[in-house]
Design a protein around this ligand. Structure first.
Ligand code: CA
Length: 240
């Protein structure tokens, strides 16, 4: 597993690289945004990128936006001193997979890296699952709570894209390029139209929509709530 570390502070960079190597990863370090882009554009793809926000040339957000124009797959975890909500939202909006404010606990970083790598391996799966929603990529069937739903091929592609980025905020333009391909009119409201179609088919009355609209213009597939909550409630009902 190769990880690209983009960090300009030499001390932090060598701490990261050392820790990653110790955990069994191959770490390569670059210290500027331009070097990061050059590395990401050539040669073998990396399994994951750790991207610092404060860089001497292009900042991490600019690097992220540039990478995501052509690569929506490689997991990117942003590292920053700026842990405030607007930066976090901005990072996620631009297509970061996770966001870790400095200073962070190295074990937590490793746990987040493992989570992203697990997630990145999911594309090979024949079935995508999110809560009670199930998408079978071979039979092209969508079910929710065991009930089958007929989807058009475009609705299917949109749902697949959202499920592959479960819980991640996706901008309209990311969805457009991911589902409709590049060159589609960015002013088009086709994303909103198809989100409405999917909601009409998959949402249940009285429950929040599966596809959440996010402030600032984007969508996110809602991560299902932990099932224990329902279990606990049941238990207390039983004992009452
Ligand atoms: Ca920095």
């Amino acid at each position: 597993m190769r990880i690209l570390v983009v960090e300009d502070e030499a001390r932090v960079a060598s701490f990261l690289a050392g820790g990653l190597e110790g955990a069994g990863y191959v770490a390569e370090v670059v210290s500027t945004g331009r070097e990061a882009l050059a590395r990401l554009r050539q040669g073998e793809p990396y399994d994951l990128v750790l991207l610092d926000v404060g860089l001497p040339d292009l900042d991490g957000f600019a690097v992220l936006a540039e990478v995501r124009k052509t690569d929506t797959r490689t997991p990117i975890i942003m590292l920053t001193a700026r842990g405030d909500v607007p930066s976090r939202v901005r990072g996620l909006d631009l297509g970061a997979d996770d966001y870790l404010p400095k200073p962070f606990d190295f074990d937590e970083l490793l746990a987040r890296i493992r989570a992203q790598l697990r997630h990145a391996r999911q594309p090979q799966a024949a079935v995508l699952e999110c809560g009670d929603l199930r998408l079978d990529l071979k039979t092209r069937k969508a079910t929710r709570g065991g009930k089958e739903h007929d989807l058009t091929s475009r609705e299917f592609a949109l749902l697949e894209f959202l499920m592959r980025h479960e819980g991640q905020v996706l901008s309209r333009s990311q969805i457009l390029s991911g589902v409709w391909g590049y060159g589609f009119d960015p002013q088009s409201n086709v994303v909103d139209v198809y989100v409405r179609y999917l909601r009409g088919k998959l949402d249940r009355p009285g429950e929040p929509s599966l596809i959440e609209a996010v402030r600032g213009g984007g969508y996110r597939l809602r991560v299902p709530e932990e099932p224990q909550v329902a279990g606990k409630a049941e238990e207390s009902c039983d004992s009452a």
